[in-house]
Write a protein of this length. Structure first.
Length: 321
């Protein structure tokens, strides 16, 4: 990995953020604005269906973005992924193939594909290094999403090899933050637990059920931190290998739930429903590569829980539910 790569993004460069209304995409948009970028473009799903190849190519032909950040994806929690693997595989494949092919066709200067830690094998040695990529089978409860994201990494590598495209891929750990999807069921663990704790508190429940054993450990990173990392990587990283973006520490789901309960104000008992699937027991990532380049996360987990819960309270009438 080169550590001397430096690329300046002009402040007036046209930057297309795919998925700009989602949790990660909106965080990237905010970060770009904070750094003074003045020519950001995005489209809502009803304005541009990224699964439709002709529509995507027409959009690129008309807009000619110089930079592309692919934060668009069909995402969900363990139960949603397990129930509809074909949907997660098909939709994500079409989105990323269309975006990356269009980026190559219309001479995008740099593109960043955002994957997921789920690309790594279930038996990978932890902390999981990027070299573990494609060395074993992935977790079966979300194999559709994982295979799609693996294919995205491979497409970046193929475009680099065949056409010399300066495209990169980054693998964040589990993300959370404002603009998250608080839908029950089907959402990710973090927002789902937070909302359920809120509702239990409002209802005056004396007991809260944690789905599964609560023993799996997860690494959580705030979306605003990953947005900061995305811009950092566009400026400092140029390699075919995926690069991890992680918090550097993980936490047991039982402990996470207790931390959230303290923030929300829930004082009841915790019980575990072990009939629910746990998924992979742990997947702490090795983020030493990005740290050697000079990036570190800034938002602690307790601070992140507090800010996310405040946003939830302030936006209950409009959040995705």
């Amino acid at each position: 990995m080169r550590t001397d790569y430096h690329h300046e993004i002009p402040r007036d460069a046209k930057i297309y953020i795919a998925g700009h209304r989602g949790m990660v995409g909106s965080a990237i948009w905010r970060r770009c604005e904070a750094e003074g970028y003045t020519n950001l473009i995005g489209r809502r799903s009803h304005e541009l269906d990224l699964t439709e190849r002709d529509a995507v190519f027409d959009f690129f032909a008309a807009q000619r973005p110089a930079y592309v950040i692919d934060a668009a994806a069909k995402v969900g929690g363990i139960f949603g992924n397990d129930a509809a693997p074909a949907d997660f595989l098909s939709q994500n494949l079409r989105i990323q193939v269309n975006l990356l092919d269009a980026a190559k066709e219309y001479d995008v200067t740099r593109a960043l594909f955002l994957g997921s830690s789920c690309i790594y094998p279930t038996n990978a040695v932890e902390p999981i290094h990027e070299d573990s990529f494609m060395t074993g089978p992935v977790e079966q409860t979300n194999f559709g999403y994982a295979i799609a994201k693996i294919t995205g990494v491979m497409q970046v590598q193929a475009l680099r090899q065949q056409f010399g495209c300066s495209f990169i891929s980054a693998m964040p750990c589990n993300l959370y933050g404002i603009e998250d999807n608080f839908q029950i069921p089907g959402g990710h663990a973090f927002p789902m637990i937070l909302r359920r704790l809120h509702e239990a508190t409002v209802a005056g429940d004396e007991e809260f059920t944690i789905y599964g054993s609560g023993k799996p450990r997860r690494e959580f990173l705030n979306a605003d931190d990953v947005a900061d990392a995305c811009l950092f990587l566009l400026k400092r990283y140029d390699d075919s290998a995926p690069i991890n973006i992680g918090a550097g520490t993980d936490i047991e789901i039982n402990e996470l739930t207790r931390k959230m309960a303290t923030v929300v104000g829930f004082n009841g008992a915790m019980v575990n429903d072990t009939s629910k699937a746990d998924g992979v027991m742990s997947k702490l990532m090795d983020s030493s590569r990005i740290r050697r380049l000079g990036w570190e996360p800034k938002i602690g987990l307790t601070e992140g829980i507090e800010s996310t819960y405040k946003w939830f309270l302030d936006n209950q009438d409009t959040i995705r539910r």
